[in-house]
Ligand binder design. Sequence first.
Ligand SMILES: [Fe+2]
Length: 218
Amino acid sequence: MSGPLETVVRLAWTTFRSVLSDKSALLQKVVKVQEALSTIKIEDVGITESQIQRLDPKQSQGWGEIKAPVGFVEVFEDDLLAVGAFLLKEYAVLPMHNHPTMFGVLKVIHGRVRIKSFDLLDQDKDEKIPKFLTADSQPSSEEVRKLRFRSETEYTSDSEPCLVTPSEGNIHRLEAVGGPAIFLDFISPPYNPHLGRDCDYFQELHVNPNERKEPMVN
Ligand SMILES: [Fe+2]
């Protein structure tokens, strides 16, 4: 790692370190990381044009070279910050997942990524979670969390980075649309199951199929 990407990683590291001790300053400080990230290009991440072509069956002579729909390139990780690049084939999906107590900044650097995100609600104050849901499975109420739909947006390299906080946009689903896509993911602190920061995956449920903006997930 060197050049502009190293500069952004260093800025992110110092920013997230201060944010973790002063969460009220989050938005003012993270905006600097978002601004710096806006200048990052795929070549700064060390991803080559041939790697991108190998993701795209329309351009690749050797379709099947990369069998997995999603690739990951680790850029940096310590106890405070994890940075990586996700490489997605067209229509590849990262299923609904969470980032418990974590912050994140996500920047698309190639292609187009559709992000559907949800806010966590205060589970203790919400007593309206029903016992029975219209779904293939019948999860127990303890396994169900009520979320607030936040947004469904398509991001490109021209878009502002997407921000995740412990309560806002913390659960999301990502999909490459219109071709292969690559995005940079900054998360702080990193996943650590031993410290209660495991990644859970969710299934979207609906009490009323018409209530598309108040989904139930487990
Ligand atoms: Fe995520």
